[in-house]
Structures are given as C-alpha cells and as structure tokens.
Design a protein. Structure first.
Length: 358
C-alpha cells in the first residue's frame, strides 16, 4: 500500500526558482511603495542568503520587513543625507531608510573613495537591518578591495556576567579578492546568529543548549524559549567584548544609536536606529595585485591541504561553502525553503494581492 505524502512533505520537496523568488519579493516590496531598483536590491540580497545556505537571513525576513514598512518605522523611500565628507571619509544619515539600500550606498562610496585615496570609510547612522553582511563585502571584494563592514543590532546577549539583554549580536564581515573568487567571513558575536534560532523555531527543531538561555537564564534547547531569552556570546567573554566594540564602531562612532537604543527587524513599530561602518582598501594601492592573489592562494592551499582530523572529509576556506551552496542550488534547479517560510510568503501574497506562482 502506497502512502500519500503529507502537504508538509510535499512543500519541503519542492524547489523554487531563485529568479522567480526575487521577482516575487520585489513585487511584494513594491506594494509598500519601495522604488523598483531598491526593491530589486533587497530581493536579491534576501534570495542570495538563501542560495548561500543562510536561510536565517533570507526571504524568511520579508514579512518582518513589510510590517516595518507598513508601520512607517522603516521608510520605503531611502533618502540618505551627507553629514560629513572629508574625501576619504563620508558619514551618511539614513533617515530610517532601508538597510540594504544604505549599505549598498556605503559600499559604492567606500570603493570609489578607496580607488581615489587608497582607503575609503563610510559611516551610516539611523539605518535598518541590512540582511547578510557578506552580500556587500563580497561586492567590494569583486571590485578589487579588501572590505570590512560592521553593524550594531538590537539587544540579544547579556554583558559578560549579567543576566539581561543589553548588547546586540553586532555582526561583521571581512572580504578580499581571491583570483576571480573571494575569501569572506560573516559572523555574529553570539554563539549563533539570532535568525538561526527563529529558523529553528519555524522548522520545529531543537537547538544546541550552548546557543541560548530562556528568560530565566537557564540554558535551553527549545527555540521558542530561546527567542524570548538571551543568546549566549561566542567564546565566552571574548564574544561579548567584540560585540561591545562593534557597537562602538557602528553606533557610537557613526552618531547612531547604541545598546538598548537599537531595535531590530522583529519589531514592527519602533525606529531601528542601527548604525554601520564600511571600510574599503584598494588592494592595488597596497602593492602588486598579482602578488597579493598569489599570497592569498598560498594561504588557501595551506588551509585545504592540512591533514584532516578523524571524520572530516574536507577543509574549507572562508566563503567556499557559500560558493558551493550556490552551485548546488543551480544544479538542483532551485531552492528548498522551509514549509513555514512558504506558508508565510503565501499569506503575505494574499494580503498584498500578489500572485504566488513560485
């Protein structure tokens, strides 16, 4: 007797064409009066995260963004204002615009100034969540720059020794060219990015006890309890200290909000007050580009040729897993999204009267 697959199993087995998903996301954003070019950028950044295997930062976040756009907490039309311009240094006031649009403006300005001065630094104040940091540092690396991007975020962890959320995950990314590819790091300073806990809750999965505590400070494997609790820092006190300093760079230095003054995409109503710092260094200004590529290639080769520990099939350089995930998605003919994400997108489509033909 052949059993009939459950609706959930059927949804999990389906694959979504990334190009169709990008178009859908852009169409949804257009319903909130987001200009087409900005909607395309946000859509590309979210789908890229899914393609790279980081579904915690992918289209799962679209409903959150829409709630903020419709409430007016995030402005649909992003209109940054120049506050300071010294040549190599630029500070922009984002006036509560869309985080991805402001981060891309910061990237473009930092790269242009790096080409002129060797280094370019752009601070952004009064911004919003910008998705995956490596989306922007990868672009700068493809432009021939080594890049650093920092941001602050709403409180998620307690200061080391405390038991109340006061510090954000405050992620950061570093990228550099590697021939026609890039090497890239993108990490939060917590044991895990908070979005991964939301993703686990969507999937109905348990989380490792080392990720978070519940609201009473007790380590938990329940994702729902962790969402309401405290995310633990990576590497103990070191993760807390790095997150603190990233808030200094992203918030205090740029003139934006810090600590408990920052609000995240999970909240539909308050202004985010997020700050970012983008630094680009023109590789060619530091020396011969061919020699630089050779040094990075040697570093990659040494990492990948290391004798492997028991049970390890392959060692990866930073950014290689994302490139491989992108190839797998292409070869498989599309993305597999969690059933709950598909259900959320379907509901959003119905609310905005947008076709959901994915």
């Amino acid at each position: 007797m052949t059993s009939t697959p459950s609706p959930t199993a059927e949804l999990a087995a389906r694959r979504v064409d990334p190009s169709l998903l990008r178009r859908f996301v852009a169409d949804i954003l257009a319903c909130a009066d987001v200009p087409s070019s900005d909607a395309d950028l946000v859509a590309d950044s979210l789908v890229a995260a899914d393609v790279w295997g980081h579904q915690s930062h992918g289209v799962l976040r679209l409903p959150w963004y829409m709630r903020r756009l419709l409430s007016g907490a995030m402005m649909a039309r992003t209109q940054p204002e120049t506050v300071i311009d010294t040549g190599a240094l630029l500070v922009l006031d984002g006036h509560d615009g869309i985080g991805q649009v402001l981060a891309e403006r910061a990237r473009a300005e930092a790269v242009a100034r790096a080409r002129q001065f060797g280094v370019g630094a752009v601070g952004v104040r009064n911004s919003n969540h910008f998705g995956t940091a490596m989306y922007f540092t990868r672009r700068a690396a493809q432009d021939g720059c080594a890049a650093i991007l920092t941001t602050n975020a709403s409180p998620a962890m307690a200061p080391w020794g405390g038991k109340q959320k006061r510090i954000g995950t405050n992620p950061w990314s570093i990228a550099a060219p590697y021939g026609d590819r890039v090497v890239v790091l993108d990490i939060a300073n917590t044991a895990v990015a908070r979005g991964k806990i939301y993703l686990a809750r969507q999937r109905g999965e348990e989380i490792p006890a080392s990720w978070a505590t519940d609201a009473d400070g007790v380590p938990t494997t329940d994702a729902a309890s962790a969402v309401d609790g405290i995310v633990l820092p990576m590497a103990g006190h070191k993760g807390y200290a790095i997150a603190f300093m990233m808030d200094v760079l992203s918030g205090a230095l740029t003139g934006s909000r810090t600590g408990t003054g920052v609000h995240g995409p999970y909240e539909p109503d308050p202004r985010a007050g997020a700050g970012h710092l983008f630094i680009a260094i023109d590789v060619a200004a530091m020396g011969d580009r061919v020699e630089f590529d050779a040094r990075v290639a040697q570093l990659v080769d040494e990492a990948k040729s290391v004798p492997r520990a028991p049970g390890v099939d392959e060692v990866f350089y930073p950014g290689e897993l994302e490139d491989r995930s992108e190839r797998v998605v292409h070869e498989a003919g599309g993305l597999q999204l969690p059933p709950q994400t598909i259900a959320d997108l379907r509901e959003l489509a119905a609310q905005q009267s947008v076709d959901f033909s994915l």
